[in-house]
Ligand binder design. Structure first.
Ligand SMILES: Cc1cc2nc3c(=O)[nH]c(=O)nc-3n(C[C@H](O)[C@H](O)[C@H](O)COP(=O)(O)OP(=O)(O)OC[C@H]3O[C@@H](n4cnc5c(N)ncnc54)[C@H](O)[C@@H]3O)c2cc1C
Length: 334
């Protein structure tokens, strides 16, 4: 059995942020991540030397707390300013207008890897159950390993959290169960296409198309991620629900049809990947930034089980960051 002060489940932005803050406060932290690498929905795939973001494409910073973090990442050269807006909607006519949008050097997955440096992170360790016993949390992974700590932060999507608690026999208070069960997520099917020949996506390298089934097109070359033309496209929730079980070829065809207006006459697909994000976007987030679970016999001012992620008080990368900070604060009681 592996022991620490705090276990964090999930190495997306929320889990990494919580773990870093707890470690900075002197806690021994272990992170358990199901995927082979950190990042969660901040994900970058590699195709023959080229890279493409498949989940989060950029981030904004509205709050002073996240702005301070963004400035620190800018100073380290981990991110850079991409644009003040996007084509077909919000592209600002000059650089003093429009919302600042940032992208990560090497892709969103690279930023997650950098945030995971210096943390004890166990990747490819899907958690299958969480159990509370004798003042400790025991976290069981699919490989049969058990991790133990007096405090636990859970950051997977809420339906997964509920499954893990149920599998370990953790009984939730009725109001917690009702609140958590109310959160729904929209799915998103993403496609990444590498082309031979020219593609023509307007600057800064993306098009928002809110009225279309394929509602986002990004040019990874203009984002500095690929040498050649590699496009990422996202489908809206309606399309993603309808095509969730569809064969990859069918999805590729509809996505390529949507791309026609952006392709040069000679453009040919030389590689394509489809990524299905089941819990892409929380549709009904909760109000708390972090959720301290009430447990029988526990003083509510000293929680030992805290939930975080973008379903708490604000979606997107910024919301996940703020939730991770709030989860750590709840455990540190600051
Ligand atoms: C297609 C798409 C486009 C997006 N575009 C943008 C954008 O442009 N800008 C923006 O700001 N945001 C965007 N977002 C949203 C943004 O990516 C998320 O809000 C943010 O990354 C969520 O971080 P998180 O830590 O809450 O969750 P996640 O990143 O989902 O992290 C949860 C982690 O838990 C892990 N996990 C799950 N189950 C288990 C288990 N059983 N055991 C162990 N680990 C487990 C997962 O593998 C994952 O790493 C987008 C999301 C998607 C899907």
């Amino acid at each position: 059995m592996s022991r620490s002060d705090v276990i964090v489940v999930g190495a997306g932005m929320a889990g990494l942020t919580a773990a870093r803050r707890l470690q900075e406060a002197g806690r021994a932290v272990q992170i358990l991540e199901a995927a082979p690498h950190p990042g969660g929905r901040m994900a970058t795939i590699h195709l023959d030397g080229d890279a493409a973001d498949t989940g989060a494409q950029y981030f904004t910073a509205f709050t002073p707390r996240f702005q301070a973090q963004v400035h620190a990442w800018l100073a380290k050269g981990w991110i850079h300013l991409w644009s003040m807006g996007l084509a077909s909607g919000s592209l600002a006519p000059n650089r003093t207008q429009g919302q600042l949008r940032y992208i990560a050097e090497g892709g969103m997955g690279r930023l997650a890897e950098r945030l995971a440096q210096d943390l004890e992170i166990h990747c490819a360790q899907p958690v299958v159950a969480v159990e509370g016993a004798g003042g400790f949390w025991q976290v069981h992974t699919r490989s049969g390993t058990t991790f133990q700590a007096p405090a636990l932060v859970l950051t997977p999507p809420i339906p997964v959290i509920l499954e893990l608690l149920q599998a370990g026999g953790v009984a939730l208070a009725d109001e917690d169960r009702a609140a958590l069960s109310s959160v729904r997520y929209a799915p998103c099917i993403a496609g990444v296409f590498r082309f031979q020949g020219e593609v023509h996506v307007p600057p800064p390298g993306s098009v928002q198309r809110p009225a279309h089934a394929i509602n986002w097109i990004a040019d990874n070359r203009q984002k500095g991620l690929s040498q050649g033309p590699v496009l990422t496209v996202h489908a809206n929730p309606d399309y993603s629900r309808r095509y969730w079980e569809a064969p990859e070829l069918e999805i590729r065809e509809t996505m390529l049809a949507a791309l026609q207006g952006y392709l040069g006459p000679e453009a040919q697909v030389i590689e394509a990947r489809i990524v299905r994000w089941r819990h892409a976007l929380p549709e009904s987030p909760l109000l708390q930034r972090a959720y301290a679970v009430s447990l029988p016999g526990e003083d509510s001012s000293e929680p030992t089980l805290v939930l975080g992620g973008d379903a708490f008080a604000g979606p997107r990368v910024e919301g996940a960051f703020l939730s991770g900070q709030a989860a750590a604060s709840a455990l540190l009681q600051v």
